[in-house]
Ligand binder design. Structure first.
Ligand code: 5GP
Length: 225
């Protein structure tokens, strides 16, 4: 240990060193009705270091959804041309529509150490994991129980029983992929789940492998000792 350590004046906080790192690709998946969208919104609102990946979809906008904010709404022809030209990092059919993640925004964000949040299904999570292995962190959000999920899916709209049954089947299919995720949150208490997604992100940001600037930082530190 050196005895020539710089003494900081009392009450003056140490400057936090900025260590270059790769961004985290933070994936949230769940059956619809498990609270994933609320969790995503809370995380984005509280943390300026993470931005949402805006997917492309052939689905028609729902009331209140904004083009370029909630999704980039495109027709099937445009979607196919984006696929063909390699503009999509991953894509999948969900229900009767196509969904995909535009590549450009994601590459730019991770290279500059920004984190990106994805609300995508298990198919997208699998593809991103294959393509960007070390960058991906996958969280699966489960509802507190099947009964509660059923109630939520039924109360979402006055849908006919066959539509509700289809949603339940889709939820069950999505849930069957839970074991492919790095973390699983049972969303019984929203505040606790918000703390969990925040804590996971905080820990993943500190992973040694992501901290590209760490060896230089430590080398400089050692040279000063
Ligand atoms: P919704 O139509 O309700 O907005 O989304 C339906 C499902 O598609 C959700 O499970 C959502 O996570 C998933 N999804 C949305 N965007 C994408 C995407 O870009 N890729 C994949 N694979 N799934 C997506």
């Amino acid at each position: 240990m050196s005895n020539s350590m710089t003494q900081l004046p009392a009450n003056e906080p140490a400057a936090v060193p900025q260590i270059a790192r790769r961004g985290v690709l933070y994936i949230l998946s769940s059956p619809s009705g498990a609270g994933k969208t609320t969790l995503a919104r809370r995380l984005l609102a509280a943390d300026p270091g993470i931005t949402m990946s805006v997917s492309v979809t052939t689905r028609k906008p729902r009331p209140g959804e904004r083009d370029g904010v909630d999704y980039l709404f495109v027709d099937a022809e445009k979607f196919e041309s984006m696929k063909a030209t390699g503009e999509l990092l991953e894509w999948a059919r969900v229900f009767d529509n196509s969904y995909g993640t535009p590549r450009a925004a994601v590459s730019a964000a991770i290279d500059s150490g920004k984190d990106v949040l994805f609300d995508i299904d298990w198919q997208g999570a699998q593809q991103l994991s294959e393509k960007m292995k070390g960058d991906v962190v996958r969280v699966f959000v489960l509802p507190p129980s099947g009964q509660i999920l059923e109630q939520r899916l039924k109360s979402r709209a006055q849908d006919p029983p066959d539509v509700v049954a289809r949603r339940m089947a889709a939820a069950s299919a999505e849930i069957s992929h839970w074991a492919e995720y790095d973390y699983v949150i049972v969303n019984s208490d929203l505040e606790e789940s918000v703390r969990a997604v925040t804590a996971i992100l905080a820990a993943e940001r500190l992973k040694r492998e992501r901290l590209l600037g760490l060896s230089v930082f430590v080398r400089d530190m050692q040279s000063a000792l």
